[in-house]
Design a binder for this molecule. Structure first.
Ligand code: ME8
Length: 515
């Protein structure tokens, strides 16, 4: 048998200097849906997420809370991992930049960039934002009413002078522009690509990549009074996860990554700095970087002072994990910013999940249980309406693959639910409940076709609502090994006569608690 095609996907690694918020949950849910989709499409998937634990920001948070950076990140990383688990994320490794293997990996990347002649020692002075862990050019700053200066991200900057190692980023301008030109898919969506191309066209300055003013970081090889700039350390996690520098590691074959799924605020780090570091070290570049949008609570940016920071654990408790996953992935076109509110979540849950899919499954499966001895009904010859219905369901894998190739998660869900809507029309127009007395053979055909459509929908829905999809497929008697995209369609139809379990609801309605 030919080796499986492989697919390596990562999220960004989160700063564990506060509790995980809904933006973090969104990123891991979306990445998980892609990972699961690729798995059911037959790929050997490696999916990595984790935490970015070094840097001044972590050190300052620890100082303020009277703890050590290590104690802080140990406590917080556990929360991030618990959040990933709660969201149903099927990651293969949860990487922490304090993991032992990450030190060797990052120091080796540094050495290779140094050997290439791309690292030199000099002095840095400039405007630095502690919150962003980034220097900004004076032209990018805006003056505040109190006379202080802010970065384009709205965070305060301060003037810093220190001895620092530099990376010759300026030498990579042309190679980066060639990369964007030759691989239009390297940065997506398109709007982010355009932003990056014009940023790089304006010219690149060398990048300060070490610090001496604090010590919570990875030591620079051969000069341990310097710690590495946290972004050098952080980006390298993606190759550490594949065993770098051990090219005999059983995971090295996953590199280069197929996609880094990250937020729009850190596209520059992933599509300018990261490929330049890799080019310098002579390593292959990731195939793509997808910058997703930001989530807002009723249009407002989350902030502790506004008091609208929503805890992903409590959202999952309130609505259910699958419901939350479905809402985010269906409601927000992936790549754009989106909003969430209680009403919007409840609408989606009740309309799409409870009514459209849940009711159809419940009604058809109960009829099968009652009228067909709890076994897959035996269909007669298919009518044109049956054939049209099956043809639509059978066509789902191709449509989903096309949409997922562009990370259009919302389009994939829209395609699946368009089939659910059509199945509801089919079921209503065929009126199987009337056929029960007059034409039981025809009723059996209608119920069979409906069950077949539910099988296709169940298979396609797995990446998005994994638990509910598994329950639906269980109710249809579909064996775990028959749940791949390749099983949708005529070759693996439900076998008439096979016993089915007792039907049970898959998506309850959300009912408002009494005030
Ligand atoms: O940036 N909506 O960590 P982070 C959607 N450690 N996504 C959001 C969001 C929101 N409201 N807020 C943040 C870092 N994100 C670095 C990454 S990768 C080598 C290092 C996204 O904890 C954000 O865009 O600030 C990023 O992709 C991820 O959450 C982690 O953000």
């Amino acid at each position: 048998m030919a080796a499986k095609e492989q697919f390596y996907i990562t999220t960004a690694i989160s700063y564990p200097n506060g509790a995980p918020h809904i933006g973090h949950a969104y990123e891991i849910i979306a990445s998980d849906a892609v990972a699961r989709f690729k798995r059911i499409d037959g790929y050997d998937v490696f999916f990595m997420t984790g935490t970015d634990e070094h840097g001044l920001k972590i050190q300052q948070t620890a100082d303020r809370s009277g703890t050590t950076p290590k104690a802080l990140v140990d406590e917080m990383a556990a929360k991030f991992q618990a959040m990933a688990d709660r969201m149903g994320a099927s990651y293969d490794r949860f990487i922490r930049t304090t993991d032992k293997d990450h030190l060797a990996s990052t120091q080796e990347l540094w050495r290779r960039m140094e050997e290439r002649g791309d690292i030199y020692l000099s002095k840095y002075s400039g405007w630095y934002s502690v919150r962003d862990e980034a220097y900004y050019d004076e032209s990018e700053l805006t003056k505040q009413p109190d006379g202080s200066w802010h970065a384009p991200t709205g965070t305060p900057v301060e003037w810093i002078e220190e001895e620092s190692y530099f990376f010759r980023l300026s030498a990579y301008q042309d190679r980066l522009l060639d990369l964007y030109r030759d691989n239009p898919g390297f940065v997506s969506p398109e709007t982010r690509r355009n932003e990056i191309v014009s940023f790089v066209r304006r010219g690149l300055q060398d990048l300060s990549i070490s610090r001496t003013t604090f010590n919570w970081g990875l030591p620079v090889p051969g000069d341990p009074k310097h710690v590495m700039y946290v972004w050098v350390d952080a980006l390298t996690n993606y190759i550490t996860g594949c065993g770098f520098p051990d090219e005999n590691s059983d995971r090295w074959h996953y590199w280069p990554a197929d996609v880094h799924i990250i937020g729009k605020d850190i596209v520059r780090f992933h599509t300018v700095y990261w490929p330049a570091f890799l080019m310098s070290a002579g390593l292959p570049l990731p195939k793509g970087v997808f910058g997703h949008g930001f989530l807002f609570n009723r249009g407002e940016k989350m902030s502790k002072s506004v008091g609208n920071v929503i805890d992903p654990f409590s959202l999952a408790d309130t609505y259910g994990v699958d419901q939350l996953r479905y809402f985010f992935l269906r409601e927000v076109p992936f790549g754009q910013d989106g909003n969430y509110s209680h009403e919007a979540i409840v609408n989606r849950i009740n309309a799409d999940l409870a009514n459209d899919l849940g009711n159809l499954a419940q009604r058809s499966l109960s009829m099968i249980a009652k009228n067909c001895d709890s076994a897959v009904p035996l269909p007669g010859e298919f009518s044109q309406a049956d054939k049209d219905m099956l043809w639509l369901a059978d066509g789902l894998p191709a449509k989903a693959r096309a949409a997922m190739a562009d990370y259009a998660l919302h389009t994939t869900l829209a395609e699946i639910w368009a089939v659910v809507a059509e199945a509801n029309r089919y079921f209503a127009s065929q009126e199987p409940w009337k056929l029960r007395k007059d034409d039981p053979a025809r009723m059996a055909s209608v119920l069979y076709v409906t069950a077949e459509v539910l099988r296709a929908v169940g298979i396609l829905a797995q990446p998005f609502v994994p638990e509910a999809a598994a329950r639906l497929l269980d109710l249809l008697g579909v064996a775990p090994e028959d749940r791949a995209l390749a099983h949708v369609g005529p070759t693996h139809r439900l076998v008439a006569g096979r016993a089915l379990p007792q039907p049970a609801p898959i998506f309850p309605r959300y009912i408002e608690a009494e005030a």
